[in-house]
Design a protein around this ligand. Structure first.
Ligand SMILES: O=P(O)(O)O[C@H]1O[C@H](CO)[C@@H](O)[C@H]1O
Ligand SMILES: O=c1cc[nH]c(=O)[nH]1
Length: 290
């Protein structure tokens, strides 16, 4: 099957529409970050940088560290951007841009998100790190794809019952991390957690500045949720989309969260830059370890 020009969109130089990358520009090990400024914070540790390209909020640096080729790419904020990034990353490795056909031999990308996040439990300190074992997506992205991802259906139903989830919102979906990839990141500095992916930073995360969220006790409602002794640890805005599309496309993904805010205690990190920097160094060291 040949993908038409309105489906697989290529720029004049043959690069993919939003990411502005050619297939040769991308490594098979990819770090995603939300903030475009974080891309150079990551690549500053590379031994060499061979590609620096970007368009809109999607900035990519590809280089080598201790013999390993790595790409770091910014996704911007939200799962609507994740839809673009994951589909275009996959297209770069699994679609032949000349014939516009899907390649027979598929490449499995390794995707590691380094993100910032807010904890919702009082015992999770700011500046600590959480590896998302499960992501609960409030964004609905998964529902736009044909899928049979229903491993956690019972937990989803339990979540909707306990939180009295409004039918006006999309149905929460739950997806897990790649267990084998996660093993590589084992460390006493990392705690495993359950991360919600929210559709915004203010109302959708229960924050009030001038307009009230529909549920003023949203944080308490989701922090009280329990499923077989498991609880939700933190919230952010991309992980469920990364996990869901990685599963559907056959890639392996994990998401690392640097906790900058604690919504239960009202704290915010006094040194967010340093804290994220430490997580970047930790992640790179784990990625290059054989
Ligand atoms: O720091 P990043 O990776 O952007 O992640 C978090 O920070 C942004 C909100 O400030 C959202 O993207 C959220 O997921
Ligand atoms: O509270 C927070 C902090 C970082 N990122 C989020 O999405 N929420």
């Amino acid at each position: 099957m040949q993908l038409g020009p309105s489906e697989l969109i290529l720029n004049a130089d043959g690069s993919i529409y939003h990411l502005n990358l050619l297939p040769k520009d991308l490594a098979n090990t990819i770090i995603t970050v939300g903030d475009p400024d974080r891309v150079s914070e990551v690549s500053s540790y590379f031994d060499s940088i061979e590609v620096k390209k970007g368009k809109r909020e999607f900035l990519t640096h590809t280089g080598h560290l201790k013999g390993k080729r790595i790409s770091v790419i910014s996704t911007g904020i939200g799962t609507d951007n994740i839809d673009i990034v994951l589909n275009e990353l996959d297209a770069l490795v699994n679609i032949d841009f000349k014939t516009r056909g899907i390649k027979k031999n598929r490449i499995r990308l390794t995707i590691v998100r380094i993100g910032t996040s807010g904890a919702i439990q009082p015992d999770i300190p700011v500046n600590s790190w959480i590896l998302s074992e499960l992501a609960i997506g409030f964004d609905g992205l998964l529902h736009f794809y044909e899928n049979e991802l229903n491993e956690y259906k019972e937990m989803e139903n339990e979540f909707m019952a306990q939180t009295q989830w409004s039918m006006k919102k999309s149905r929460p979906y739950i997806v897990g991390f790649d267990k084998d990839l996660a093993k590589k990141f084992n460390s006493n500095r990392i705690r495993l957690g359950i991360t919600t992916t929210n559709t915004g930073f203010y109302g959708p995360q229960g924050r009030t500045l001038r307009i009230l969220p529909s549920e003023c006790t949203f944080i308490k409602i989701i922090s009280d949720f329990r499923y077989r002794d498991k609880r939700i640890t933190n919230l952010e805005m991309e992980t469920s989309g990364i996990y869901a599309l990685s599963k559907l496309l056959g890639h392996r993904a994990i998401s690392l969260n640097c906790i900058l805010a604690n919504r239960a205690t009202g704290e915010f990190s006094e040194n967010p830059k340093e804290s994220v920097q430490e997580l970047i160094k930790f992640t790179l060291q784990k990625i290059v370890t054989k």
